[in-house]
Design a protein. Structure first.
Length: 311
């Protein structure tokens, strides 16, 4: 039997959207259970006696939350129309189904993710962004949803191995199909998704630390270098964070920029690498489980100094 857990006896605050929104729990005097009202849909979310954050992060912005918010807004529009105070927006909303409504908003978010990914990649490759548009420059360790620093995103592995993403980013694309998003496609080239860092220690929630695919190199160098030596990259992570030439090209990175970045970082050429990725059955001798990295000049070149060594 697991040991009894101590209840949390004072209200807990959960910040969202870079602290612009703060949701504070209320405690039931009898049961001691925390609950919090979702600011998007006005539903009360039960968080238990420990005020666990997970139910809230999983809920806010996800499909049931959007659905509830949609129903609420539609109802309010209907009431205004009946009262004779309806606007053209109200007329539009009462004639929209949730399905077409959410497809429209999801498309916007999906595009946003892709759009931001192009900016991040230009910044990573230190190449001129032909279409800079944000007032703020892309951060060193940017959020893949919005391109700025400071968002908290967590990749969660469910019991059956399915993956879900929780985030406090205002542009969190909650309906993201992880497997599809992690793959390059012509329609949505950007494959920047949250991945787990196998080198970080596991967090309190029992889930490994989450990093963005595009930021993985930066993370490895800054968090896992030992002295001047970058850590070996576990093979599986290398597979997850590899960006194909096709993807870079689709996001506007010139081929010679990709090539020289790869040379600088000892990243193998796409085609050869894909053979390498196919697994032990193909050629045991050329596959190693980790990829060693050498990092000699800590400061200036730290960002670009991960290496790749075959056995
Ligand atoms: Zn909600
Ligand atoms: Zn932009
Ligand atoms: Zn963000
Ligand atoms: Zn790490």
């Amino acid at each position: 039997m697991p040991p009894p857990v101590d209840p949390v006896t004072s209200p807990v605050t959960f910040p969202f959207e870079n602290g612009a929104i703060r949701l504070i729990t209320v405690i039931d005097p009898v049961s001691g259970r925390h609950s919090v009202v979702c600011d998007l849909c006005d539903q009360s979310i039960s968080l238990g006696i420990r005020a666990a954050s997970k139910p809230l992060f999983n809920h806010r912005g996800a499909d049931p939350c959007q659905r509830t918010a949609f129903k609420r807004d539609k109802k309010a529009s209907k009431e205004r129309i009946l009262a004779g105070t309806g606007s053209p927006e109200d007329e539009k909303l009462v004639n929209t189904s949730f399905k077409s409504y959410s497809t429209v908003s999801l498309l916007v978010l999906n595009k946003m993710c892709n759009h931001v990914g192009a900016h991040i990649l230009h910044s990573l490759r230190s190449t001129n962004d032909p279409k800079p548009c944000s007032k703020q420059a892309v951060g060193e360790n940017p959020c893949g949803f919005c391109g700025l620093e400071g968002c908290l995103t967590q990749l969660q592995e469910k019991k059956k191995g399915s993956l879900s993403v929780a985030s406090n980013c205002p542009y969190h694309y909650a309906a993201m199909n992880y497997k599809a998003a992690a793959k390059f496609s012509k329609a949505v080239p950007c494959s920047n998704v949250p991945v787990h860092c196998p080198l970080c220690s596991t967090s309190v929630s029992g889930q490994p630390q989450t990093i963005w695919k595009y930021n993985a190199m930066y993370h490895l160098i800054h968090e896992h270098s030992i002295g001047d030596t970058s850590p070996p990259i576990p093979g599986q992570l290398l597979v997850q964070i590899f960006i194909t030439k096709e993807e870079e090209r689709a996001l506007g990175i010139q081929e010679q920029v990709t090539a020289s970045w790869r040379r600088q970082n000892n990243i193998p050429d796409s085609d050869g690498f894909e053979v390498y990725l196919q697994g032990p059955q193909v050629d045991k001798r050329t596959r190693s489980d980790t990829v060693s990295t050498v990092n000699s000049d800590k400061h200036d070149s730290k960002r670009n100094k991960l290496g790749y060594i075959q056995e």
